[in-house]
Design a protein around this ligand. Sequence first.
Ligand code: NAD
Length: 487
Amino acid sequence: MQRFQCYIDGEFADGEARFESIDPATGAAWAEMPEAREADVNRAVEAAHRTLSAGPWSKLTATQRGKLLYKLADLVAENAQKLAELETRDTGKIIRETSAQIAYVAEYYRYYAGIADKIEGSYLPIDKPDMDVWLRREPIGVVAMVVPWNSQLFLSAVKIGPALAAGCTMVVKASEDGPAPVLEFARLIHEAGFPAGVVNIITGFGPACGAALSRHPKVDHIAFTGGPETARHVVRNSAENLASTSLELGGKSPFIVFADADLESAANAQVAGIFAATGQSCVAGSRLIVETSVKDRFLDILKAKAEAVRIGSPLDMATEVGPLATRRQRDHIEALVERSLAAGAKLVTGGTAPEGAGYYYRPTILDCDGSASPSLDEEFFGPVLSVLSFETEAEALELANNTRYGLAAGLFTRDLTRAHRLIKGIRAGIVWVNTYRAVSPIAPFGGFGLSGHGREGGMAAALDFTRTKTVWLRTSDEPIPDPFVMR
Ligand code: NAD
């Protein structure tokens, strides 16, 4: 079995314990992972804290940090295929997607490499003649990064890239499910030449590792991606260290199709939105809201596409839908489909797991019109689409916003003025019009409501890893006049 290690203070080391990682395509253990617990967490945070306050990292110029990030971007690009194979093996995400996504992860590091020496302070036009006052932008400090199992290299890159550009140090906790690609990525951090302790990479379980990390007294900021329930634990943990938080959580994103849309194109986008990555995507367009007059036609197209999807080994380039990442995840999907059918949802297609080994589940469509299906509220994080129909634009908007989440929304129409009205009315952090599931390092990403707060991607994300220091410098040589009056 392949063995992986943690990366703490510039060294590769075993954790306090070990656990087996399961290949979701077969259900068999394929690798041994290091399990970090409190002592490992403490070593990692101490290393990050030391390097930040006194180590070589604190002495590098922003341009030098940028050069290290460029080197890292090149290494990610060179090693993309190997990392993709590891992610596919450990999480079941299809190789067709992981190879493209990880090659693109390099672009995130390149983008933030360029930003490192463009983070500027500012000079204030202060209202006192004998004072110069300016803001320095300094790194926010030691950052705890906690990520879930889907797209771990991507979800860590959108944190590590801007945090390094800003001059922070960090401890990255990969998910206990499928951590192999992130642990392997540590070798690229090492090879790029980042000083010891700047980026520490560990994995372990939520209570023993994630909790110890997020409440550690020397952690200044927690960048978390995961489910809302875990986020509540993280926020409670942050009551201990009063660290700031950014939370990228789940979604129940609406996918609105008007009768005037190009239905073939919208159906392809809907397939991308719900069946790609086997639906294990926080931005999954999991609630189709379709105009009544085209509902049957659109569902026919979609059903045909769902039934034609190639289910198979995630390591095969021809496969379109691979297994879910864990048995737990498939059990959750099966149970929620069952509850939804019991609540009156009608099965259009799917609804079963194919025979054989591995955690597979068929692309599934549930017609939820006229029912109070729990599938409309609860996140599957799997290939299950819930369908509702509408008669008017106002009804479409009401249905779209009828969720506690607010991560993304898809809107399909050729009517420009209607599109503008809806863009304004939709409560979500991302609106895709006549497209879906597009991302870029240049474009911020994040949600409203239960989908969390904070944005990843774009210049603002780098600024979020900084804090300002206000400097007052008196320019007069005269003695300070009245010490009892505030200046
Ligand atoms: P999860 O919330 O169970 O776990 C996420 C991480 O939190 C894991 O590393 C886990 O070990 C850690 N954790 C668990 N308990 C903890 C605790 N008490 N303290 C600190 N850390 C703890 O999420 P998951 O099931 O792995 O992933 C699925 C969820 O992630 C879905 O809800 C999905 O929508 C969300 N997600 C969001 C985005 C986004 O960018 N908005 C992206 C991907 C996934």
